[in-house]
Design a protein around this ligand. Structure first.
Ligand SMILES: [Zn+2]
Length: 477
């Protein structure tokens, strides 16, 4: 996500890091076959999700799926939107949605989890390691009126996290249940393959993570491989412009933007830069979507939501930041719940690299680093005054952030400072070589912090102490 808010808010708790299993090659990936219909009048998505689940973990008698749509219901323990963003998000006042499971084929089921956020399916027989099974989940997703990942916005319909998402599994074999923390991106999922058949009202256009493989009347079918999520944004106001970048179709979907060509240029140019710098983009298309979103933007594989209320400069910056997430989140995953700095710091620093090498934007390395240092020092001073001792650790659970303000300064600003200091210390050549290593070694996986540091170590430098000093909060900035 790209944050734009710098306010101060309420209190939080703590937890510990979880190691992950790696994700799979083509024959081992889970497959989702989703058929869904959006009804404009009721604001609902009627859907059936057939999942061919590939068990790459230990033998199990159950499957678990995250029901992110339930976080929008009335009475949810974890509200999806932070207090700071609440009024901007709920543009028509309070509004609620839910993800109601209506039937499951393939096993007995129940809704559980800390916040009714998990669908548990009890399998009729144990699923061995390497085996697969089929379950089919019918559900109704009711959408709140909200400028957020899943909701009806003023100009669009955001369908992020619109289907039951199989829980990733830790190295201990346990399914990792994600509750909807409002600070950060509370999502963890392994790469999978998707076929999505969508029926929409007449006159609507859909931006999706995938590429269209068939269409008939108001129904379109999309496919996407090796992706950890699938997202759709609908609107009856969308205009589109496209360009081909290498073999990737880059499209900008917008409803009101005088600078549409500049956005498309930034999306395409940054995609080329990141491909040349880190490694190839693996999806057939990339869509940037102007939409209702209370923060700056939100990344999904093959698609980025950008807040339509941003001014031109912030919109371009957010577009480049979210495009960088195609590398650091979509293709190379990481633990966004315990190590948010890993993808947010890298997305920020990758945007810096793009702007540094694209002087026509007038954004310099020095300018971005100085801005991050100033913001971080201001945070440190304020939090020292409020709490007596500002927490400067970087590796911490999303629950552990006191506010959006703290989250932004630790994950984004201190993350950017970390990578700039590393680059200055080891030199440009090793720095870029380390990121190329990270991309090629961790493509399609959920990479740990050690995976990242190991890719820099492989360039012939000892940087373990360096990372510890930042991550444990010892270094003075
Ligand atoms: Zn981000």
């Amino acid at each position: 996500m790209k944050k734009i808010v710098t306010l101060i808010a309420a209190a939080g708790l703590c937890a510990a890091a979880i190691p992950f299993s790696a994700c799979a090659n083509e024959n081992e990936r889970t497959e989702y076959n989703i058929t869904c219909r959006y009804d404009e009048e009721s604001g609902t998505l009627q859907a059936e999700c057939a999942v061919n689940y590939k068990n790459d973990g230990a033998a199990t008698d159950v499957l678990k799926f995250n029901l992110y749509g339930n976080a929008y219901r009335e009475g949810a323990l974890y509200r999806p939107v932070s207090d700071e963003l609440n009024s901007r998000a709920y543009y028509n006042g309070e509004s609620y949605g839910q993800m109601e499971i209506t039937s499951v084929e393939g096993g007995q089921w129940n809704i559980c989890g800390e916040d009714e956020n998990i669908l548990e399916i009890l399998l009729p027989q144990t699923l061995g390691e390497g085996d697969s099974c089929e379950v089919t989940i019918a559900y109704t997703l009711t959408l709140a009126e909200v400028n957020h990942r899943t909701g009806i916005t003023e100009h669009t319909v955001n369908l992020g996290n619109f289907y039951p998402v199989a829980c990733a599994r830790g190295n201990d074999g346990e399914f990792i249940e994600c509750v909807y923390y409002s600070d950060g991106d509370p999502f963890l999922s392994d790469c999978a393959d998707y076929t999505v058949e969508l029926t929409m009202p007449a006159g609507y256009t859909a931006a999706t993570s995938g590429s269209m493989t068939a269409s008939s009347g108001n129904s379109c079918t999309y496919s996407l491989e090796n992706a950890r999520d699938f997202c759709i944004v609908l609107s009856d106001e969308f205009k589109t412009i496209s360009r081909e970048v290498d073999s990737t179709q880059v499209t900008y979907y917008y409803y009101d933007d005088e600078n549409a060509q500049s956005v498309l240029a930034a999306a395409g140019d940054s995609l080329i830069y990141f491909e040349n710098t880190f490694g190839g983009y693996i999806y057939p298309s990339y869509s940037v979507v102007q939409t209702g979103f209370a923060a700056g933007g939100m990344e999904y594989p093959g698609l980025s939501m950008i807040n339509g209320g941003l001014d031109e400069d912030d919109f371009i910056y957010a577009t480049v930041h979210e495009t960088a997430h195609q590398w650091w989140y979509a293709m190379v995953g990481s633990d966004q719940i315990n190590c948010a700095w890993q993808d947010e710091g890298l997305a920020e620093y990758s945007a810096l690299l793009f702007f540094e090498n694209s002087p026509e934007y007038g954004i310099t390395r020095t300018g971005l680093v100085n801005a991050a240092v100033s913001a971080y020092r201001a945070y440190f001073t304020v939090y020292n005054q409020i709490f007596g001792d500002a927490d400067t650790t970087m590796t911490r659970h999303l629950e552990d952030f006191v506010s959006d303000y703290e989250y932004v300064n630790i994950a984004y600003n201190k993350g950017l400072i970390l990578f700039d200091t590393l680059r200055t210390s080891i030199g440009d050549e090793r720095f870029i070589a380390g990121l190329k290593n990270y991309y090629s070694a961790c493509l399609g996986k959920i990479a740990s912090e050690q995976d990242l540091t190991g890719c820099f170590t492989a360039t012939g430098v000892d940087i373990q102490g360096f990372f510890e000093s930042f991550l444990e909060g010892k270094i003075i900035i």
